[in-house]
Ligand binder design. Structure first.
Ligand code: ATP
Ligand code: MG
Ligand code: MG
Ligand code: MG
Length: 562
């Protein structure tokens, strides 16, 4: 590909709206553009990398015996009503009506569609087991779409569903998917960990999440360095209640991600309420998202003011009842009649405030009280880590460790929940009618793309793992005006391209400095620079990851790149 024809609008400066590293770099390198909140266009370079991830996923799914199909994104509501999820899925499910007033949902997940398909097409045990998958756009009206592709409202998912005849067979299907996921994330170059997850509301038995380790991750992983036990904290909190509090503190503290918000003081001046009143009104959700609930004054007016100074997306006005119910879901929170301490570390503006005393009985004083009468020490990650390190593994007694993770994949034993509701039965070898035993398995393909960049980048830009790099080689001609340089470059371009190596040729009439800068930003694994030594057939090579530089003769290039 010749770069002068490539649509890759790079940005010099960091886009203000992007908090996450991957989001910034994807915008700056011209990989994505936002259409609306949580909705993105993949530009050619971003799409190429996305396709590479899909290729790996397809290869491993096929190798594991799964069959690819493609289901609709538009689902009639009847299907979701039949499974009971039309009512329980909540506002995350995007709903719409056709011209006749018939209700539909945009697929957030496909258990309903796949189960009815298999119900209608498979009746005999002879046709089982079967695992089907698709790579498709999913829609979820996330409460807080953010961090670019990490949490979109429209995103690309690989979802697979297994149908088995017995629990043992499901175990095998599950293990095959688990192993395939391990291969996929290893090949993609992610630093990841599979952790036990909470089966939560979906019900079911075994479930594991695949977590890409990264500070920006919204999940907290607890793991034991000795016995290798690893779990999502949501799950571990149930297993080891004393752990929950410290872990929750940790989860909260590492959520410091809004550097541009205003200070308490500014806020109090603007809203004309005392700083105490504002702080009293800041509560923290279980998953660490900051919430602001201003007690005195007119709710709507406060909301408008807040939106003006903090930005619409960050404002959530909550009623007393809403706060109460939120707090009840905080692990480690003691309950209505007792007091419990949780640190409030929502973002920059409230860092340093640790002693939030929550008294649910002080109802008309709202639910959160923070003591600001004395200076509180800066509360650091280190403090929290120390606090958490007091907790020990319930299995082997070793000290537990905590890390943050991005959920890139999820495998789940569903059992018969959907097959029973939707009537997916088969007749076994004795002619008896049995519900199929299901599993479901998701990978957030677009989220993976962002997670890779979170892990593989430096100050200059992206550092693609070679397995998913949009191009293998970045050929850079210092001066296109120079006949020798241009001709040598053209030769190299054709030789490599003919050999099946994907080359991006920077043949633009730009200053060398601009080209080098862009090359580092784009992060293609190997850069070949054709400059002054072109007349001697000498090319300068630079490896993006190691920074290693060396010269090669043009004749050595092909062998070197293969
Ligand atoms: P999360 O906990 O991050 O909201 P989830 O548990 O709701 O994710 P699943 O229903 O398990 O997600 O979906 C399978 C996979 O799809 C997830 O493991 C994740 O990689 C991806 N995914 C889920 N929601 C999003 C989203 N809003 N944007 C991008 N990818 C997503
Ligand atoms: Mg979700
Ligand atoms: Mg999850
Ligand atoms: Mg999940």
């Amino acid at each position: 590909m010749r770069q002068q024809h490539l649509l890759h609008p790079t940005l010099r400066d960091n886009p203000a709206e992007a908090e996450a590293l991957s989001h910034r770099l994807m915008l700056r390198a011209g990989l994505i553009r936002q259409l609306s909140s949580g909705v993105y266009t993949y530009l050619p370079l971003g799409f190429k990398a996305l396709r590479r991830i899909q290729d790996i996923v397809r290869q491993e799914m096929d190798a594991a015996g799964a069959q690819e199909l493609l289901m609709p994104a538009l689902h009639p509501s009847e299907l979701w009503k039949e499974s009971g999820r039309w009512d329980v899925y909540g506002p995350e499910l995007m709903r719409l009506e056709d011209r006749n007033g018939r209700e539909f949902a945009l697929g957030a997940t496909h258990e309903e569609v796949i189960t009815t398909l298999v119900r209608d097409e498979i009746q005999s045990y002879k046709k089982l087991p079967v695992t089907l998958y698709q790579i498709q756009t999913k829609f979820r009206d996330e409460r807080r779409p953010r961090f670019g592709l990490l949490r979109g409202r429209e995103f690309l998912m690989k979802d697979a569903y297994s149908f088995d005849r017995s629990a043992e067979e499901l175990d095998e299907s599950y293990q095959r998917m688990y192993d395939a996921y391990t291969s996929i994330f290893t090949r993609i170059g992610l630093n990841f960990r599979a952790v036990e997850a909470d089966s939560g509301a979906i019900g079911g038995t075994d479930t594991h999440e695949f977590m890409a380790l990264a500070d920006i991750g919204e999940d907290t992983i607890v793991h034991c360095p000795a016995c290798k036990y690893a779990a999502n904290i949501e799950k571990a909190a149930g297993v080891a209640p004393p752990l929950a509090k410290a872990a929750n503190q940790f989860a909260a503290a590492e959520k410091v991600y809004t550097p541009n918000t205003t200070s308490i003081k500014q806020l109090s001046e603007f809203l004309q309420v005392s700083p105490q009143q504002i702080i009293k009104a800041i509560a923290l959700k279980a998953d660490g998202r900051p919430m602001l609930a201003l007690l005195p004054g007119h709710r709507e007016l406060n909301e408008i003011k807040l939106k003006a100074i903090i930005g619409a997306t960050q404002v959530e006005m909550l009623s007393e009842d809403e706060i109460a119910s939120e707090l009840q879901s905080v692990p480690g929170f003691i309950g209505p009649n007792g007091l419990s301490h949780i640190p409030i570390i929502a973002d920059q503006e409230v860092r340093g405030m640790t002693d939030a005393v929550i008294g649910m009985n002080e109802r008309d004083y709202h639910l959160v009280h923070v003591d600001v009468s004395r200076d509180l020490p800066e509360f650091t990650y280190r403090d929290l880590r120390n606090a958490a390190e007091g907790d020990r593994c319930t299995r082997c007694g070793h000290e537990l460790a905590f890390t943050k993770g991005i959920e890139v994949g999820h495998v789940f034993k569903l059992g018969t929940k959907y097959s029973e509701k939707l009537g997916a039965l088969f007749s076994d070898e004795h002619g008896a009618s049995m519900p199929m035993i299901m599993g479901c398995y998701g990978i957030g393909i677009s989220r993976v793309l962002a997670a890779v960049i979170e892990q593989h980048a430096d100050e200059q830009g992206i550092v693609w793992p070679h397995t998913i790099a949009p191009f293998a080689v970045h050929l850079l001609t210092v001066s296109m005006q120079d006949d020798t340089q241009r001709n040598v470059s053209e030769d190299i371009y054709h030789t490599l391209t003919r050999a099946g190596i994907e080359v991006l040729w920077d043949d633009r009439e730009e200053r060398a400095g601009v080209k080098f800068h862009d090359a580092d930003l784009l992060g293609i694994p190997l850069r070949l620079t054709v400059g002054r030594k072109a007349s001697e057939q000498i090319i300068e090579c630079k490896e993006r990851r190691s920074g290693k530089q060396y010269e090669l003769n043009v004749l050595q290039l092909l062998a070197h790149c293969q």
